[in-house]
Ligand binder design. Structure first.
Ligand code: PMP
Length: 423
């Protein structure tokens, strides 16, 4: 870590990997297999981070590794169209309400491009987002809410000019009145509303019944596009993502969607897509520019395609079972130790809030956590060989590779960690 800090800011290439929220020194991983991570000192951990979502099948799945190796041997990048890109796009279109997708290399690129496309298609500038939803480090989406209910965003970080966020409106999540109000006031200037299909970046905050449907309907009524960010939930919450649990059942579809994480099988691959008439606005057929040297990379798309093809309903059952076991045992241990908490879940995804609230419905609720108790819990689990997210605001990601032995190891570590959180 000392060497890393000399040449890499904070020693990490993405801030969330540092142990800023929980204290201590991050572990440097040397290898991973199934549900286990092994660090450079040879210590093994049962993993509940899963690279922040992609590792649905577990680490180093033999068929995914073989597909990536075979693809790499055929050439690591062509800079031309290739068959695997088409197959991956077909797989995404088959599972989602998108008609066309364009492949990119990160979730950030996907949402950035979807926003540009929505603005180009509608000829409008305003973007509506929710406090606590993360869509990557896109300038216009790194907006914090000002004071008041529905406010024009102020930059959430130095380096983002005020001009980049002044066309972004930030609303509280799960608040239909705020949505109706902002559209009543600015509806004819709104290009799109972007939301996580089910927020996972403030911990799991399920959309209340009918909320996404209201967003879709309100956007339609005002000629704005509804952009559903499924970078985290896509091919994770269920085989058809969060849409499969919500829109498919309620009878609505987003105009645009974004994907990442699972669809890349652990490689840099992401996508945005949706209605064919909207996607037709994209370069080269339309005027909205978007491009990428490594977009649709043959190694990444081979790993992603293999991952999606292996991700059958049976896989989602196993991922869901692992979540059932860990969530139930965590509740039991924390309850016994007298630690206030609430577990929230969508599909196979869940997170644990260290709060005495009965329910967390928005960013303010998520913020009211005992992060000190979480830090103690986190370190006790780490010492017992379980790798949890190093922040209280994150999903605990399970995989289809979590065996009963892996789950037992987590379950047996919980009581002592719950005591540490109570202390
Ligand atoms: N959208 C959502 C919902 C995400 O969870 C993330 C990443 N956590 C992103 C976008 C950004 O993806 P990436 O980190 O690949 O840029």
């Amino acid at each position: 870590m000392q060497r890393a800090r000399r040449v890499i800011p904070g020693g990490v290439n993405s801030p969330v990997r540092a142990f800023h929220a929980v204290g201590g020194t991050p572990r440097f991983m040397a290898s991973a297999s199934g549900a286990r991570l092994t660090d450079v000192d040879g210590i093994e951990y049962v993993d509940l981070v899963g690279s922040w979502g992609p590792m649905l099948l577990g680490h180093a799945h033999p068929e995914v590794v073989a597909a990536a190796q075979a693809a790499a041997a055929r050439g690591t990048s062509f800079g031309t169209p290739s068959a695997t890109e088409v197959e991956l796009a077909e797989e995404i279109v088959e599972r989602t309400p998108t008609e066309q997708v364009r492949l990119v290399s990160s979730g950030t690129e996907a949402t950035m491009s979807a926003i540009r496309l929505a603005r180009g298609f509608t000829g409008r500038d305003l973007v509506v987002k929710f406090a606590g939803c993360y869509h990557g480090h896109v300038d216009s989406l790194l907006a914090s809410a000002g004071s008041g209910l529905a406010t024009f965003g102020i930059p959430g970080t130095p380096g983002v000019p005020a001009a980049a966020t002044e066309a972004t409106l930030v609303l509280p999540y799960n608040d239909p009145v705020a949505v109706e109000k902002v559209f009543a006031e600015h509806g004819d200037r709104i290009a799109c509303l972007v939301t996580e299909a089910a927020p996972g970046n403030m911990g799991v905050v399920p959309p209340e019944a009918g909320f996404n449907e209201l967003l879709a309907r309100t956007c339609r009524e005002h000629g704005a596009l509804f952009v559903s960010d499924e970078v985290m939930t896509g091919f994770r919450a269920s085989r058809e993502g969060m849409w499969g649990l919500d829109g498919k059942v309620e009878g609505w579809a987003p105009d645009l969607m974004t994907f990442g994480k699972v669809m890349g099988g652990g490689f840099p691959a992401a996508a945005f897509g949706g209605r064919a008439d909207v996607m037709a606005m994209l370069s080269p057929e339309g005027p909205v520019y978007q491009a990428g040297t490594l977009s649709g990379n043959p190694v990444a798309t081979a790993a992603g395609l293999t991952t999606l093809r292996l991700a059958t309903e049976e896989v989602y059952d196993r991922v869901g079972h692992a979540s059932d076991v860990v969530a139930a045992a965590t509740t039991e241990a924390l309850t016994r130790a007298g630690v206030p908490h609430v577990v929230q879940r969508v599909g196979t995804m869940f997170s644990v809030f260290f709060t005495d609230a009965e329910q967390v419905r928005d960013f303010d609720g998520a913020g009211a956590q005992d992060t000190r108790a979480y830090a103690a819990f986190f370190h006790a689990m780490l010492d017992a060989g379980v790798y949890l997210p190093p922040s209280a605001y994150e999903v605990w990601f399970t995989s289809a590779a979590h065996t009963e032995e892996d789950l037992d190891r987590i379950v047996s570590a919980l009581p002592a960690a719950a005591d540490a959180a109570a202390a």
